[in-house]
Design a protein around this ligand. Structure first.
Ligand SMILES: Cc1cc2nc3c(=O)[nH]c(=O)nc-3n(C[C@H](O)[C@H](O)[C@H](O)COP(=O)(O)OP(=O)(O)OC[C@H]3O[C@@H](n4cnc5c(N)ncnc54)[C@H](O)[C@@H]3O)c2cc1C
Length: 547
């Protein structure tokens, strides 16, 4: 039998956090906060009584629909901190009434037709790894029902064009399956978000995800050559072209549309040859801002490192990659065509000129990124998603937010974010908490800083506490000059910030586009914008905060 996805936690049933890991986490966080951390009982499936489904599927789609409680629980929320808290509190008032598993485009079209006819909201679902309320099924009472549309049965690499180095891939293909199907052809998409194992191509495109490459090919956007999108009005298919100057680009309208304009069913993706030449180094900086200056110089050098992540001293310590005395830069180059030693050598000259001390400052083999400080950080990065299912019952508030701002503002921006986050953590939890930062991506005109905050929460009040902290984080990044999201998307939780960031006339144009493609307003209501004539507003985890 196929392993089921966990309704609580990351991954599949049976992929648990070990007792040793739990004890270690409890020890680390108790020492950090100077508190004993008790553990609340984790939710069990039998703890939930869900409201009865309000619709039944039409006979023609019955074989593609599920309504059992486990399926409805799995699809009720994504994987953000508030999603975990609400699940731990056994608070699931708005699960999907049904979960559809289309097998082809005709199924998708039939589901959208049926939903339009019976006023059911449709929430497109890839891997459900959204951390901003993107797949939440709370559509309010303007809808007769809510259904989740899970793309998992559309998971194939359908066609490969070796000459153009492109592949046609179904939207429900998960990261590992996608790479496994490309591998025999010597190809790779080489797009590795941290959620890679449990997220899909369609989800990446719909959210403009950020992957492996720290420079140049940061978002999924540049890998999309063409796509097919089923909207309630019909199919949109774009042409395969290496580049086109013919007016606004149709793909761009759907990249980042977060399931509100149509269901992406497949895409032609630009793929790459598997890299065989690698060179990497770890660099220590006594000061994070000095490290930031070095990242700026690298980002503006034209060297385009594949990895150029700067991790502050405290975060490096927390992941076992450093001793807490220095910020760490993980620097790497890769190519399928030529050795990278010369590029690494020039990069090392640049970082040294900015006060960086290099560790293992030489080209290494294929496994360089798995060794030393870089390897320690990589292992912690891969394991971290699993830890939320034990940290939440310990009432540890751990969340992240990511943004981007221009280099001219960065020092002031960073100081302001730290000041406001420490203030709000102190005010809400009575503890200064910890706020750490790393750069996930770097551009010639600015970095993409990623902040993690941690503080001891109050059992029973975690949602309220998180909501105040999150609203402050949203307000701080936008008012200090950053974007509300660099790659986690807008969903429901970032909508207030998005409304401040999005030019009003552009928001009108987006609403008009939605009216044309989704006249009944059934697709993912409450994400990005309200469908016309439906005041869905800010719902989900941030409900009640000002929009
Ligand atoms: C532990 C963890 C680590 C993460 N790391 C990263 C990271 O490194 N980089 C990054 O960018 N993000 C990251 N994320 C966020 C998340 O994984 C991304 O947003 C990802 O792109 C979502 O993909 P998914 O398939 O899970 O989509 P889902 O979460 O299922 O859906 C996300 C949004 O896209 C819509 N959608 C999904 N499929 C389709 C489709 N076929 N057509 C139309 N709309 C669709 C949904 O309606 C929803 O609005 C992380 C999340 C977690 C939990």
């Amino acid at each position: 039998m196929q392993q089921r996805r966990k309704f609580w936690g990351w991954g599949l049933e049976g992929q648990d956090v070990s007792e040793a890991e739990t004890n270690l986490l409890r020890h680390v966080f108790s020492s950090r906060f100077g508190l004993a951390l008790d553990m609340l009982p984790a939710p069990r499936f039998e703890d939930f009584t869900l409201r009865a489904p309000r619709v039944t599927p039409p006979p023609s789609l019955a074989a593609k629909a599920k309504s059992d409680p486990h399926e409805r629980l799995v699809h009720a929320y994504g994987k953000s901190f508030p999603d975990y808290v609400r699940m731990m509190e056994r608070h699931v008032p708005a699960p999907p009434d049904l979960v559809f598993y289309p097998e082809n485009e005709s199924d998708v079209a039939a589901i959208l037709d049926w939903a339009s006819s019976c006023n059911a909201a449709v929430i497109p679902f890839g891997g459900g790894s959204s951390v901003c309320g993107g797949v939440e099924c709370d559509a309010g009472d303007a809808y007769a029902a809510v259904v989740s549309l899970d793309m998992a049965r559309m998971g194939r690499v359908v066609e490969i064009d070796r000459a153009s180095r492109a592949a046609r891939i179904e939207a429900g293909t998960y990261g590992p399956a996608l790479e496994a199907q490309l591998k025999p052809h010597g190809l790779t998409l080489r797009h590795y978000p941290q959620s890679f194992e449990f997220s899909t191509l369609g989800g990446w495109i719909a959210t403009r995800s950020g992957g492996h490459f720290a420079t140049l090919y940061t978002h999924i956007d540049d890998f999309v050559e063409a796509m097919r999108v089923v909207t309630p009005r019909g199919l949109v298919e774009t042409r395969r072209l290496p580049g086109s100057g013919a007016g606004p680009q149709p793909e761009r309208m759907f990249i980042g549309s977060e399931g509100i304009l149509g269901v992406i069913t497949e895409a032609w993706m630009r793929v790459q040859d598997v890299p065989t030449f690698r060179a990497s180094a770890s660099v220590r900086f006594s000061n994070f801002l000095k490290g930031a200056e070095a990242v700026r110089a690298l980002a503006q050098s034209g060297l385009n490192p594949s990895n150029c992540r700067l991790i502050d001293a405290q975060e490096a310590l927390g992941t076992g990659a450093g001793d807490g005395s220095a910020s760490l830069m993980v620097l790497a180059f890769e190519s399928a065509d030529h050795p990278q030693d010369a590029r690494l050598a020039r990069a090392i000259e640049i970082v040294r000129a900015h006060g960086g001390e290099t560790e293992a400052a030489k080209a290494k083999g294929d496994s360089a990124h798995r060794e030393g400080a870089a390897g320690a950080w990589r292992n912690a990065f891969l394991r971290a998603p699993y830890f939320r299912e034990v940290l939440t019952p310990m009432s540890v508030i751990v969340d992240t937010f990511e943004t981007a701002c221009t280099w001219d503002r960065f020092p002031a921006f960073h100081a302001e974010i730290n000041r406001r986050m420490h203030d709000v953590l102190q005010r809400v939890t009575g503890h200064a908490g910890s706020v750490t930062c790393r750069f996930t991506h770097a551009y010639p005109d600015g970095p993409a800083p990623y902040y993690t905050f941690q503080a001891p929460g109050r059992p029973g009040a975690l949602m309220e506490q998180w909501r105040v902290i999150k609203a402050e984080a949203n307000a701080a990044v936008v008012s200090a000059g950053g974007t509300i999201t660099h790659h986690h998307a807008v969903g429901r939780d970032h909508r207030p910030g998005y409304q401040r960031e999005c030019p009003p006339l552009f928001a009108d144009a987006l609403r008009a586009t939605k009216r044309v493609l989704d006249p009944a307003g059934i697709l993912n209501p409450g994400v990005l914008i309200d469908p016309e004539g439906r005041n869905v507003g800010v719902r989900g985890a941030m409900a009640g905060t000002r929009s």
